[in-house]
Design a protein around this ligand. Sequence first.
Ligand code: FES
Length: 674
Amino acid sequence: MSKEHLVVYTPSGKRGRFAEGTSVLEAARRLGVDLDSVCGGRGICGRCQVLVGEGEFPKHGMTSTAGHLTAPNAVEARYAEKRGPLTDGRRLGCQARICGDLVIDVPPDSQVHRQVVRKKAEAREIAIDPVVRLHYVQVREPNMDDPSSDLRRLQAALAEQWDLRETRAGIAVLRTLQPALRKGQWSVTVAVREGRDIVAIWPGFRDRAYGAAIDIGSTTIAAHLCDLTTGEVLTSAGVMNPQIRFGEDLMSRVSYAMLNPGGDKEMTTAVRTAVNDLLGEVAAQGGIERSEIVELTVVGNPIMHHLFLGLDPTELGGAPFALAVDGGLSTPANSLGLDIAPGAFVYTLPCIAGHVGADTAGVVLAEAPHEQDALTLLVDVGTNAEIVLGNRSRLLACSSPTGPAFEGAQVSSGQRAAPGAIERVRIDRETLEPRFRVIGCDLWSDEPGFEAAVAGMGVTGICGSGIIEALAELYLAGVIREDGTIDGALATRTPRVIADGRTFSYLIRDGEPRIAITQADVRAIQLAKAALLAGIKLLMDRLGDCTIDRIRLAGAFGSHIDVTYAMVLGLIPDCDLAQVSSAGNAAGTGARIALLNAAARREIEQVVARIEKIETATEPRFQAHFVEAMAIPHKTAPYVNLQRAVTLPPRSPTGPEGEGGRAGRNRRRARAAT
Ligand code: FES
């Protein structure tokens, strides 16, 4: 019997005894140690690098030393020649053989499931374990005695060399098979999805494959090109959703599909063309061929999701808002007209309900409320607010029809967030004079040099976050009352409050264009925020007596908004302000997680299946909540946490609609403490 040696792998702690001469890679495989390989132990890929722990290890009862591995061989010398010498005494695990007791360290870059450190705004780390993996194989050459096809011999090679016994290939992949085999002189790298579907075949050896995460919004489409080995985002790009020409908002696009025969197909073609172009753009930016993209993940609201997949969205236009399909779906990319690797698939994340889509599933995956005890509120504001509330024991979701006011539409001076748009506003509590900042200039409007700095772009309007700040500041300064009325009595105190027919407006900047907050603007925001808060309150009702521990605002609006002002205005319920923050582009992050980690797909499918869906349109309490939520910040909710951070104007003793206390209150000076 040959001699056996003890081998302990770190950091996993897995250990076992192996016959002298076993390779470090082979021993790792038998123990289930996470040690990577693309070339199948041929000394080409360099993914299997390991380090030997040197010294006495009393815990393991052994001495480990580099001398307990066979000396570097010719394959390692050839690797060093081609790819540069290994550093820090590393060895190729597929070549180094065991000849004594060893502690073997697997560095993070040699682990298959390595973690990617994410930006601090993101909540969780991603373990890299994509559905598509690369396998380098040597295929038997055909000969007259063995009449089997090239595919059969490729499948045999995958079975023998990688233990992949059920592989298959579609016609688009088969068209590339024979040229690849011959060009590679019977050595090819095969991208295999979930151990089964052959996605692409390249001649010779390669160790890089790419995927893209796509976020289809009703206004913009974003793509993130990722290296499936490292998880790194190589490049990102965005484009306006060309469906805008069929309708600004979602419902007008559904109407277009209802009223125009073939309208849904036109919109499907438009979005797929845009996605295809975007893939070409990110591939060019990333310096790769688009055929190297082997997998896509897609998130989007239900209507975007359906149109992209070529599903008629008509049913989503009215109650009961039935989705055609709600589970996660893998669809061949070429059946969607996408030009990437010939056998690539597109994975669409599951939709939660008729109004709560795969984009929200992406937010849930990125923020993982289901893994926490803290009661988390996730809000993604667009023309519909998609809302999720819960923790590991229960999750609820609904959507609320906020309309486009938060995006600057329906507001007299409103505009999209673009250079020249006012994004920050402060109102002096004494003089009621405003100062502001615009996108594209770091100076405040009362600082020297401001006018010169904005001369080129002008001050063109006010964007969504600017409107929220303007209204909240006007409320804190006593210009806007609790019921949302602009106090006309202040016209005698400041020329900024101006009669406007039977109501009043507040002038932020005179000139061309004239930028003012009108009474109708305040009402539009009140209606939007009341719809949002009423939806949240419905979910809170379902949970019974609950306190929200954490609020994450997703999407572009959530990224730019100042959370304190959002709470002052009552867009969101009371919560410790330190626990309220932006989730950034969480839907896109969710798509990226699903791209890089196969298990995350099963996770989100299971989580979505247990989310309780609340339909705001049929909930009798929605209207009552809506009416209460029209007040600033809310008619009855005390906002205890907010009052610790901000001095709110005293409440009217008879409620926001009452007259008592208004005059006195409006003379008081309210001041934000932050
Ligand atoms: S497994 Fe590829 S170099 Fe060792």
